[in-house]
Design a protein around this ligand. Structure first.
Ligand code: ADP
Ligand code: MG
Length: 602
């Protein structure tokens, strides 16, 4: 017998899709607050949100008459017809979050619109209205969710420990706080206020406050078409992608397209790990498909190559500057530290209520303790204060305001450098204005050679330049057996090279854009690398060329000051003077501030 499910049963089933864990409930509630035009949002949880979640905002509120309507499935004030689906700007649009959350919890909503004299308090248990009464309250909405999944034991079993659930929620709120730096966002767990942002729109200050590990080595501002934000320098990578936050039209998303665009922006300068980045992407709502996942985290771009290109351009313009020179002597960044939670769920309602009231009224502009650390961050020169587009529609609009960067770090100027010394027959010490630079002569030479080679390879007719005395190259048997593949490549590059039998090749002419030493090292390196790699498509050849550059230049060649100057001027002419073809830095920087700090002067 086929039965039409009772709507409450249907809600309970459907709720599992949207609301999987406490963090999903918090996400929906916070997004609703943002959509309601709130300027202040307080998130309070107990027991990792399993026993208690409260989200309080000062947004537009809901009228007495519409209070229950908000809890009906597909009840939404944000879209009215199918045409709107292409132009979704607000965060929520499915009209099922409140229905889903209320179906699996005991929920209380207290809300008032600015224009109403009194507010309304509505209580629902398992989605059924238990009570509704008029009440005095602040403008805005408070939603309290208690005993999540109390009526769906199976779902309850899937929840992790309180600490784990709390950590996911805190992480989420940190992310929103970064994206909405123009909102005051407070996070309380088990009675302890973990952080408060001041809502002044300074995104980099919020990043420094909440993600000290992302910003430890300074943040480089990024700005370009459709993209703005901050990235770490290429030397400050993290072992996971946890330091990458992407927001599209104010919505936190995960997106392989953005990840790719970011990575390509570093142009091979990331030697290992992942760069940290906070990127805000603004796209026409009709160019993105936000509905491919019920949780809405993953989005799809309709013009994905274009979006990726914009990100790559903006990031590479930001990191191909002096600010993008890796800092020396800094530890590898760690994954952002989880905020320690107060293990005991203390019930100090009294003090808490006071601080919340102060928070909402904005009387006390409290500076969180962690903010003290910000003052210590030396790299403020690269982290200009972001200026925000003023809030032209103070309430009732989607709250996201795009971040605009006005200051851009200047490209690196080699003319500012003066030669100070040469150590270990490898490293060149240069002094800039208030920084010291250490160049790796080998990496620098590799870069210079690589670019010279690439230019020659792409431009010249590749006719060999005869050498006075021919030289031979001996290779191992495995490399010899592969010679059909690499020999023709070398000839195409401009070598006059011939198989002499017995694993030996004789070279009578070299590419005109190489010196004999370089040509010999390169041919040897290319043959050996080709033996390992195999194949002859373009990508493989590029890789082989990159590898072979290493053999073409020698480390520990003692350079004269003249040669050093020569190398410096050649490096300064490179398209990418910052890293060798393998992604290792060609030079690092140490600020006078860091040196003074090491001597405990600062
Ligand atoms: P959606 O956000 O997709 O519209 P929800 O179930 O999340 O669906 O919310 C339903 C409706 O309730 C919203 O469209 C909005 O009109 C109202 N609402 C929800 N939360 C708030 C809030 N914090 N402030 C004001 N109105 C709200
Ligand atoms: Mg919603």
């Amino acid at each position: 017998m086929i039965k039409v499910l009772d709507s409450f049963v249907a809600d309970k089933i459907a709720a599992g899709e949207v609301i999987e864990r406490p963090v999903s409930a918090v996400k929906e509630l916070v997004e609703n607050s943002i959509d309601a035009g709130a300027h202040s949002i307080i998130v309070e949880i107990r027991g990792g949100g399993k026993s208690y979640i409260r989200v309080t905002d000062d947004g537009c509120g809901i009228s007495f008459d519409e209070a229950e309507t908000a809890f009906l499935r597909h009840a939404t004030s944000k879209i009215s017809g199918i045409a709107d689906l292409d132009n979704i700007v607000s965060l929520g649009f499915r009209g099922e979050a409140l229905a889903s959350i209320s179906a699996v919890s005991r929920l209380t909503m207290v809300t008032r619109r600015a224009e109403d004299n009194s507010g309304v308090k509505l209580v629902l248990h398992g989605g059924r209205v238990v009570s509704k009464e008029r009440t005095g309250c602040n403008t805005g909405t408070t939603i309290i969710v208690e005993d999540l999944f109390y009526n769906t034991p199976a779902r309850r079993k899937f929840m992790k420990s309180d600490a784990r659930e709390a950590s996911s929620i805190i992480e989420l709120i940190q992310q929103y706080a970064v994206c909405y730096s123009d909102k005051r966002i407070m996070m309380i767990s088990n009675g302890t206020t973990l952080f408060t942002t001041n809502g002044d729109g300074d995104t980099s200050a919020v990043i420094r406050l909440l993600y000290p590990s992302i910003s430890r080595n300074g943040l480089i501002p990024v700005s370009g078409e459709e993209v703005s934000g901050f990235v770490s320098d290429p030397g400050s990578t993290m072992s996971t992608r946890k330091g990458q936050l992407f927001f599209v039209n104010g919505r936190l998303v995960s997106s392989p397209v953005i990840e790719k665009g970011l990575e390509e922006g570093y142009q091979g300068r990331i030697f290992s790990g992942f760069p940290a980045a906070v990127l805000f992407i603004e796209s026409e709502p009709s160019d993105i498909d936000v509905n491919i996942h019920p949780g809405k985290q993953e989005i799809r771009f309709l013009r994905q190559d274009e979006v990726k290109g914009h990100i790559t351009d903006a990031v590479s313009r930001a990191v191909m500057t002096g600010a993008g020179v890796p800092k020396g002597f800094v530890k590898k960044l760690e994954t952002p530290a989880e905020i320690k939670l107060n293990p005991i769920a203390e019930n100090n309602q009294e003090t808490e209520q006071t601080s919340i009231r102060e928070f909402l009224s904005g009387l006390e502009r409290e500076v969180p303790v962690e903010a003290a650390a910000v003052a210590e961050t030396p790299d403020t020169s690269y982290v200009p204060v972001s200026s925000h587009v003023p809030d032209t529609e103070p309430s009732g609009s989607a709250g996201y305001q795009p971040v605009r960067q006005e200051v851009r770090p200047a490209p690196f100027d080699f003319n500012d450098l003066s030669f100070k010394g040469y150590v270990f027959n490898t490293y060149i010490i240069m002094q800039g204005r208030d920084e010291l630079f250490i160049f790796d002569q080998h990496a620098a030479h590799e870069r210079v050679f690589y670019e010279k080679f690439m230019r020659g390879y792409n431009n010249s007719a590749h006719s060999p330049q005869p050498v006075l005395t021919s030289f031979t190259i001996n290779v191992s048997h495995d490399v010899y057996s592969m010679s059909r593949e690499w020999l023709s490549d070398l000839i195409r590059m401009g070598y006059d090279i011939e198989d002499f039998g017995d694993c030996t090749f004789v070279v009578r002419g070299i590419p005109p854009y190489m010196s004999i030493d370089e040509a010999e090292g390169f041919a040897r390196g290319y043959a050996e690398a080709a033996g390992e790699e195999g194949g002859s498509n373009r990508v493989v050849i590029d890789k082989l060329i990159t590898k072979s550059c290493k053999s073409a230049v020698k480390a520990h060649d003692v350079l004269s000051e003249q040669e050093i100057n020569d190398l410096m001027s050649k490096l300064s002419e490179c398209d990418n003077p910052y890293s060798c073809p393998h992604g290792r830095p060609t030079f690092i920087r140490i600020s006078s501030y860091d040196i003074e700090r090491s001597f405990r002067r600062k």
